[in-house]
Write a protein that binds this ligand. Structure first.
Ligand code: AMP
Ligand code: FE
Ligand code: FE
Ligand code: ZN
Length: 267
């Protein structure tokens, strides 16, 4: 089995890249893709650990694209993580994250919740889960879930929109870095049937059919859409470690032949 969607401490996961590969070995997976949000920093470390453990590591990334409603995340699989274009894009996205985090902390301060800023100003990658953890640590919330519900989710009292790249630019960045662009968790895309033709003409090559929040009906539907648009099929757990404790690495039981198809496409 394989897992083509995972996060490490290089974004909002809680296992380091090395720990994640080691955990994949413990779970008897034969391959795992590292797809941190807006960061490629974990790939090299994971690849080195992969060589040591005999686990195949697929270098990747997950980029969020601008969209009016819902959310659109594009996975880049088999990226050249040294690509200067990808590095530049992730640097811009991380800067936008830092600016947004400050605005969220400002909103929280207005509500009487003061969170230390150093970590959020100085780190390369910081996301809302890190703020959620602080809200739990300072006993303003009982759980990360509660922090999102009360303060951080879209529309909640401390929510601030984050600037992203357009969907076209997102796909182009992945393609230029030699990667295969895959629409992540299509269930979060509003009106995916209407959106797909546009994404395909921008260069989308795959769709994540197997995902923890997809129902059986969703899976059938996305399989059908994949066929219709000649898209590669992928799947993964979106493992984040303790950030999402209910999701375990490899839990989607994704078969290895899907990885073989990705490799054939790449050749
Ligand atoms: P950001 O990238 O900063 O906008 O934060 C989004 C991230 O927050 C997602 O990638 C998820 O990993 C995480 N997230 C969203 N909702 C929740 C939740 N209810 N509990 C835990 N993590 C969440
Ligand atoms: Fe995340
Ligand atoms: Fe995502
Ligand atoms: Zn993800």
């Amino acid at each position: 089995m394989i897992d083509l969607h995972t996060h490490t401490t290089c974004s909002d996961g809680t296992l380091t890249p090395e720990e994640l590969v080691q955990y994949a070995q413990k779970k008897s997976l034969c391959a795992v893709a590292i797809t941190d949000h807006d960061s490629v920093a974990g790939n090299e470390r994971a690849l080195i650990k992969g060589v040591q453990t005999g686990i195949e590591v697929v270098p990747g990334v997950e980029l969020s694209a601008q969209c009016e409603k819902g959310s659109m995340h594009i996975l880049g699989l088999f990226i050249d993580f040294g690509s200067s274009r990808m590095k530049k894009a992730t640097e811009i996205l991380q800067k936008k994250r830092r600016e947004r985090n400050i605005k969220i902390l400002d909103k929280l301060r207005e509500m009487g919740i003061d969170i230390k800023r150093d970590f959020f100003v100085n780190n390369t990658y910081v996301g809302r889960p890190h703020i959620a953890k602080e809200l739990v640590a300072s006993q303003h919330c009982k759980s990360i879930d509660e922090a999102f519900e009360r303060f951080l989710k879209k529309g909640a009292s401390a929510y601030v929109e984050r600037e992203k790249l357009s969907e076209k630019e997102t796909i182009k960045t992945i393609v230029k870095a030699g990667g295969i662009p895959v629409l992540a968790h299509p269930v979060t895309v509003v009106d995916v049937e209407k959106t797909l033709p546009r994404l395909c003409s921008s260069g989308l090559a795959g769709i994540e059919v197997y995902y923890p929040t997809h129902s059986h009906a969703d899976i059938k539907h996305f399989q059908h859409l994949a066929q219709q648009h000649c898209l590669l099929v992928t799947g993964g757990s979106d493992f984040h470690g303790e950030t999402k404790p209910s999701i375990d690495l490899g839990c989607m039981n994704v078969p290895v032949h899907l990885l073989d198809a990705l490799k054939t496409f790449k050749r």
